[in-house]
Design a protein around this ligand. Structure first.
Ligand SMILES: [Zn+2]
Length: 496
């Protein structure tokens, strides 16, 4: 009798949901080194480590398509808020905010301070940032975008105007450098003051640099309220004019009088998809979070402070409460708290669910890991989709939920051999209990790990097990190779 062949890890008796959208099937998965070696009935194989899944669901590790983890992956490489939900890859550099390339000379304008203070901004090239990350890996893989606002702060003296030709040249060169280093694309945050004066033409001139590499253009649009349709049309126009795929970040509608308008925006996105690449991501909550600003406060039924440099004790309390205590109105209180961040209860649950249900929507947490009192999306997003929205409300099948978080995201970001359970793919996996998985983080208690996530594996190495980090940091920088595989991006699987 032959000795059974040996692998590093064999996970037996799992319900395999493979990330393509295909129906679940019972089976075993073997891992050798950093790769999935085989899938199916693997009784002929033995593992140095054997894991009995007991019928629990084994899925590809989740890809968090929208994060502000640029600095967090360096400062907190165990990445507990993310791995505890089954996330194995994060996309950084969103909303125009990337840690590189920038060495600020003066004070850091909001929203760049969402990544912490100026001490984190110490990379004068994108390559140096990615090299630092490679030298000090995190528990998760990193896909990095370069941020338009970061580039503006580096290239321009004043930010309240359109960039001049010489400044556009400087920014185009920096985007080119970032792409050569391995950036996956560029993001903008046209909503925010330091980028709001940028014209559509400025963005097109920069996005053009992405086209030859088929890199993605992700945007926190200029408006997510009254002028949402104009902002969406601008985004689609930028995509067509520059010849790039666009990603509408954290798609939402804010302000009570705009509730329901995702019907309009999603129809427009569907129509545009006939002629251009349009991706969408969303976080599964009806409250937003960013820096403290009067526009967002005005659209909210309630505002909760997440951090304040001037008044650290304000974190976790409502703006109304703090204003009352100060004996001032909310506008004055806001001034006194700055610089600061907040959670805004400004959305309609029906809009959130409509975007979530929409075919092709990916999941991005938009978590803010440096906030004192973070929005629960930081710790809860992926478990909330699986538990609350998939299992409890039945918005989509489990196969579809997993596909949006894995195979679909890997295809939009052109990640090679990620996002599926298949022989030869990287060993990024999450084992969870589909009956009990749920988010535990709440607005009242935001830093709680999800329930039901049993084991999380990155590049073949367990990073989360028995409710805690293992201390291993096998994450990699997933550098995009220019023009690598646009044509062979996998088609969407046959999910329901
Ligand atoms: Zn944003």
């Amino acid at each position: 009798m032959r000795e059974p062949a040996a692998c590093d890890i064999v996970i037996r008796n799992a319900t395999v949901v493979d990330g393509t959208g295909a129906s679940r099937r019972r089976g075993d998965v073997a891992i050798s080194g950093d790769r999935i070696a085989d899938v199916g009935d693997l009784s002929r194989l033995s593992g140095a480590r054997e894991i009995d899944a007991g019928g629990q669901v084994l899925a590809p590790g989740f890809i968090d398509t929208h994060t502000h983890d640029d600095r967090f992956v360096l400062s907190d490489p165990d990445m507990a808020p993310k791995v505890s939900q089954g996330v194995t890859t994060v996309v950084t550099g969103n909303c125009g905010i990337s840690l590189a390339p920038l060495r600020p000379k003066g004070a850091l304008p909001p929203p760049l301070d969402l990544l912490g203070d100026e001490t984190g901004y110490r990379f004068d090239s994108f390559a140096r940032y990615l090299d630092a990350l490679e030298a000090h890996p995190a528990a998760v893989n990193v896909v990095a975008l370069v941020g338009h606002t970061t580039l503006r702060v580096g290239a321009m003296g004043a930010l309240d105007r359109e960039a001049r030709d010489s400044e556009i040249k400087t920014m185009r060169d920096a985007i080119g450098e970032a792409l050569v280093a391995g950036a996956a694309g560029m993001s903008t945050g046209l909503f925010y003051d330091p980028a709001n004066a940028a014209s559509t033409d400025e963005v097109i001139a920069l996005a053009e640099v992405l086209a030859p590499a088929d890199a993605i253009y992700a945007t926190h649009m200029r408006d997510e309220a009254e002028r949402i349709v104009e902002a969406l049309d601008e985004t689609l126009h930028i995509g067509r004019a520059a010849g790039v795929r666009v990603l509408v970040s954290h798609h939402k509608i804010q302000g009570e009088k705009n509730f329901g308008r995702t019907k309009e925006t999603l129809a427009r996105i569907d129509a545009a998809r006939a002629g251009q690449g349009v991706a969408v991501d969303v976080y599964p909550y009806a409250a937003a979070s960013t820096v403290l600003n009067p526009v967002s406060v005005s659209r909210s039924s309630s505002t909760v402070i997440t951090w304040s440099k001037a008044r650290p004790d304000a974190a976790g309390r409502t703006l109304a409460d703090i204003a009352a205590e100060m004996g001032s109105d909310e506008a004055q209180a806001m001034e006194r708290l700055q610089p600061a961040g907040a959670i805004y209860f400004a959305m309609d649950e029906d809009d959130v669910q409509r975007v979530l249900r929409h075919p092709g929507t990916m999941i991005g947490s938009d978590g803010l890991p440096h906030d004192e009192w973070p929005h629960p999306r930081l710790w809860g997003t992926f478990a909330r989709v699986l538990g609350h929205y998939c299992r409890d409300l039945g918005l989509f099948s489990l196969e579809e939920a997993v596909h949006r978080m894995t195979g679909l995201a890997a295809s939009e970001f052109a990640l090679e051999k990620r996002g599926r359970i298949e022989a030869g793919f990287h060993g990024d996996l999450v084992l969870f209990d589909a009956e009990t998985v749920r988010d535990e983080a709440t607005f009242e208690s935001p830093k709680r790990a999800a329930r039901g996530i049993e084991i999380v594996i990155v590049n073949g190495v367990p990073v989360w097990e028995r409710g805690r980090s293992t201390g291993e940091r096998p994450g990699r920088v997933l550098r995009r190779r220019a023009g690598s595989n646009a044509a062979e991006r996998p088609r969407r699987g046959g999910g329901s």
